[in-house]
Ligand binder design. Structure first.
Ligand SMILES: [Zn+2]
Ligand SMILES: [Zn+2]
Length: 240
């Protein structure tokens, strides 16, 4: 029979599922953040040649987190916008829970979960596996290579436009990397802006490109990397 889990039990079993995976590991979690512990566990699994599939659903993944995933072999990343389920499994064990992946090392929230062992509840286990694969089928695979990073575009405009011009509508705070609206004249999120505005130094050095989110030297004056800056200039010219 499936086993009931509280917060601690849920974290503990998710961690075990990652550690004990022999050939495959599937992690379904709308919110994905790559904490250090989580990354270390994934790295160990990847080094044991475990095939890892991660399905997430919120566009908050930071490019630098994606870049660290790209360093691992055997990792496939999928994006499915309407994802709300959280489910983690390897060949034999599965946890279905309220807990998002990034929360597994935190103990603040009250979560619940159930642990399913394939050797005991094969039918239940296989149904959840089938549902997960059906989600993967309708999800889009996200390339982990830097150059293929998806940019978030205005869909309507994209459809109306026959040429390759895509207007970027989401960018990154140049200080904390959080997703914010793309606007090179406002490259900080609200919190970071209020700290920046205490000094108002337009050349104060930050580390993230407002447009692509990669580590680059930026500032209020120059919020984009050189590549993004030239792309943006071309866009402005096309709009005129
Ligand atoms: Zn910020
Ligand atoms: Zn850039």
């Amino acid at each position: 029979m499936a086993e009931f889990l509280t917060t601690n039990g849920t974290s503990h079993n998710i961690e075990n599922i990652i550690i004990e995976a022999k050939a495959k590991l599937i992690l379904v979690s709308p919110y994905l953040q790559i904490s250090k512990t989580f990354f270390e566990r994934l790295k160990d699994a990847s080094n044991k040649n475990v095939s890892i599939k991660i399905i997430y659903g919120k566009d908050e993944l930071k490019p630098n987190e994606r870049n660290s995933l790209a360093e691992l072999k055997n990792v496939e990343l999928y994006f499915f916008e309407n994802l709300h389920a959280k489910c983690y499994f390897n060949e034999t064990k599965m946890v279905i829970t309220s807990m998002n992946m990034y929360e597994f090392s935190e103990k603040n929230n009250r979560e619940m979960g159930v642990l399913i062992n394939r050797n005991i509840d094969k039918e239940l286990f296989d149904k959840a596996v089938a549902e997960t694969y059906s989600i993967i089928q309708s999800a889009e695979q996200v390339s982990l290579r830097k150059v293929d990073r998806p940019i978030f575009t205005n869909k309507k405009q994209q459809d109306n436009n026959q040429n390759k011009y895509k207007r970027i509508i989401r960018g990154y705070c140049i200080r904390c990397e959080n997703r914010i609206d793309y606007n090179p004249t406002r490259p900080y999120c609200g919190d970071c802006f209020s700290i920046w505005s205490q000094y108002e130094n337009p050349d104060y050095q930050e580390n993230v490109c407002h447009r692509c989110g990669e580590y680059e030297m930026t500032s209020m004056n120059k919020p984009q990397c050189y590549h993004c800056y030239t792309e943006h200039q071309q866009e402005l010219r096309r709009m005129m």
